[in-house]
Ligand binder design. Structure first.
Ligand SMILES: Nc1nc2c(ncn2[C@@H]2O[C@H](COP(=O)(O)OP(=O)(O)OP(=O)(O)O)[C@@H](O)[C@H]2O)c(=O)[nH]1
Ligand SMILES: [Mg+2]
Length: 634
């Protein structure tokens, strides 16, 4: 029987069919996303939900934070990509999407909102709502979702669950939650110990109270099971055997293995295709099934040309779903072919064609990333939601064997009503009172405006600033040094404001190799008095490479390859006594934070090197003079 016969079709004036939904609510499924500020315990909660729904065999060893499955997630202890899993509870299937909490990956949270009917909003029982709590809750409320608030980490010594619950309620009201949304259920939990309860005074030794709340509070999906199939591609993953896999919630109808479909791209272009296999989620696995039905979160194989935001629709009745919209990127870097004298030796993918292909490929599954060509054939502008967003991409590509060089991150200005505007962030800082003055001064230099300051009982102070994103680039290291690693800083993109004036934050110039060769102990010894070195003896350097940070605010050329004259007998043997300080080992994040506008970071699978854009000393000097002249003239 054709699906079309069971359908009611109304023709509008343009003669195009409109499908009239005969919807029903499915009670056997719940689709939820877990959202929160970074580190509030989302992925740990997923572990506990998986364990308690007996997804694993009794003797099976399961890694901690099992959903953080890629190398960078494990190394950094953060979630970068949102991921799907599903568990069964008392006969109901619960599809769960774990999302990242770091502000730079907010785009991941935005896009999964259309895959679910409700969210678990986790809030740390000590910290309370933080900047990203606000961002993710706003996205969930805008999508019309109901939330269950999970006050997590109630086991922490200074937990103040009731206070945190009240603060969270205020946040709902502040964000304009509807009456229904504001009547949320609250569960108090410790994800790490797998316990929960409806009151902090009555905690059960399982997550059953949370599971029950999910079933009772989050509505099942409302769907038309018999309509023509309609599916919005919400994320894509790559499978070595099956190629690109599309993930999303099936909105309408059902899809079978080997079913012909129409793919509708953003611009409405329709391409016929075929779904070769269909899958549902079950614990950490994807199970291949014969047919998937509307309301379930499913995976489809076979339509490898589809991208995020495309609709997979019925072959005879193709109807497009609204594509996914996420907020604009705020930070941009240039990725270019590595043209340094040491370039091309350590990477397997070094050409501009490869680089371009890889960057554009990334935009297919990262909706918050933008890539554009530039005037130069070997350089591409890559825009993202923050320094970390772009750094993770750089690190991923490096590990894949790519070699390239990147410029200093810069903010993306916009034009509003004929005026140039820049991105502004709300920054919340927590430090002990002794650093309060230092922090206020640092923020002042960056054109930050203080909005709020509160003293906490434990001797710390919580300060809120509005700061141009421009002032925050490269700020992390300075902040950590200034607060001796104790300070906590979180930021949230707020919007655009007219330019806040010049910000000059780089206090030090670079030590630059004046000659190419191999760094010698003797040469480095001479240089280390001028600042802090980044390299050690035996390392190959080239003219224009940055070998350290100058103590002063301008650049200085040093000859780190210099050898002692062997004829100078008086000092022979004294070389052993030359004590070299341990060089500062820059991580990729540090290197990107360090460089200024006229510098680059060279990235290869084996190393990072810092360099001036213009390598030859005399050429660099001429360029500097030209710039100074034009500044004076201006
Ligand atoms: N004390 C305590 N620690 C917890 C609890 N839940 C999680 N943690 C710890 O909090 C840290 C962060 O946990 P994650 O589960 O990675 O947090 P997340 O929200 O997934 O973090 P992102 O995905 O990076 O935003 C880890 O060190 C956990 O062990 C809890 O209930 N109590
Ligand atoms: Mg996580």
């Amino acid at each position: 029987m054709s699906v079309l016969r069971t359908m009611i079709v109304r023709l509008d004036l343009a003669g195009r069919g409109h499908f009239v939904c005969r919807c029903m609510r499915r009670n056997d499924i719940r689709n939820i996303a877990i959202i929160a500020h970074v580190d509030h315990g989302k992925t740990t909660l997923v572990d506990a939900l998986l364990k308690q729904s007996r997804i694993f065999r009794d003797n099976q060893h399961v890694a901690e934070r099992v959903m953080d499955s890629n190398d960078l997630e494990r190394e950094r202890g953060i979630t970068i990509l949102s991921k799907n899993t599903a568990v069964m509870y008392k006969g109901t299937k619960i599809n769960i999407v774990d999302t990242p909490g770091h502000a730079d990956f907010g785009g991941e949270v935005e896009r999964v909102m259309n895959m679910v009917e409700g969210v678990l909003l986790l809030v740390d029982a000590v910290d309370g709502p933080m900047p990203q709590t606000r961002f993710v809750l706003r996205k969930a409320l805008q999508a019309g979702h109901r939330a269950i608030v999970v006050v997590n980490k109630i086991d922490r010594p200074n937990a103040r669950p009731n206070h945190v619950m009240n603060e969270t309620f205020d946040l709902f009201v502040d964000l304009g939650a509807s009456d229904e949304q504001a009547e949320f259920a609250t569960i108090f939990a410790s994800a790490i110990s797998g316990v929960s309860g409806r009151s902090p005074l009555k905690i059960h030794d399982s997550l059953e109270p949370l599971f029950d709340a999910i079933i009772a509070q989050i509505p099942g999906p409302e769907v038309e099971l018999n309509g023509p199939p309609q599916f919005l591609v919400t994320s894509t993953i790559y499978d070595d055997y099956k190629g690109k896999i599309l993930i999303g919630r099936l909105r309408r109808g059902s899809l079978r293995k080997a079913q012909p479909i129409i793919r509708i791209a953003h611009d409405g272009t329709m391409t016929p295709g075929k779904v070769t296999q269909v899958f549902t989620f079950n614990g950490l696995d994807r199970n291949e099934v014969e047919v998937v039905d509307a309301g379930d979160i499913v995976a489809l194989a076979g339509v490898s040309d589809a991208g995020i935001g495309d609709t997979i629709a019925d072959a005879e009745f193709p109807e497009q779903l609204p594509p996914i919209a996420v907020e604009e990127p705020t930070v941009r870097m240039t990725f270019a072919v590595n043209n340094s004298p040491l370039g091309g030796r350590e990477g397997t993918h070094v050409t501009s064609r490869k680089l371009r292909e890889r960057l554009y490929q990334e935009t297919e599954h990262d909706v918050a990333l933008r890539v554009t060509d530039t005037d130069a054939a070997d350089a591409f502008a890559v825009s993202g939601r923050g320094e970390l967003h772009l750094t993770i991409l750089i690190e991923t590509m490096r590990r894949e064997g790519f070699e390239f060089q990147v410029s200093r991150p810069e903010v993306i200005y916009k034009e509003e009503d004929g005026q140039k505007v820049e991105p502004i962030e709300q920054v919340e800082i927590e430090v002990s009172e002794q650093y309060q003055g230092t922090v206020i001064e640092l923020m002042g230099q960056r054109k930050g405006i203080m909005r709020d300051m509160r003293y906490r009982d434990d001797g710390s102070v919580h300060i809120v600033f509005h700061v141009p994103t421009r002032g925050l680039l490269g700020f992390r290291q300075t902040f950590l040094t200034a607060t001796r690693g104790e300070g906590l800083m979180n930021s949230l993109f707020m919007g655009y404001e007219p330019l806040h004036g010049e910000i000059n934050t780089r206090a030090n110039g670079s030590l630059i190799a004046s000659e190419s060769g191999v760094a010698s102990g003797f040469g480095l010894y001479g240089a280390q008095e001028r600042g802090q070195l980044f390299i050690s003896a035996g390392q190959e350097v080239y003219e224009g490479m940055i070998v350290g940070q100058h103590i002063r605010d301008r650049d200085l050329e040093v000859n780190v390859c210099k050898r002692k004259h062997l004829t100078n007998m008086r000092s022979s043997g004294a070389d052993d006594a030359l004590r070299l300080e341990t060089p500062r080992n820059l991580s990729l994040d540090d290197a990107i934070e360090y460089i200024s506008d006229d510098e680059l970071v060279e990235i290869t699978p084996k190393s990072y090197r810092l360099r001036k854009k213009i390598l030859a000393q005399d050429e660099r000097k001429r360029d500097q003079k030209r710039r100074e002249m034009s500044m004076q003239g201006a």
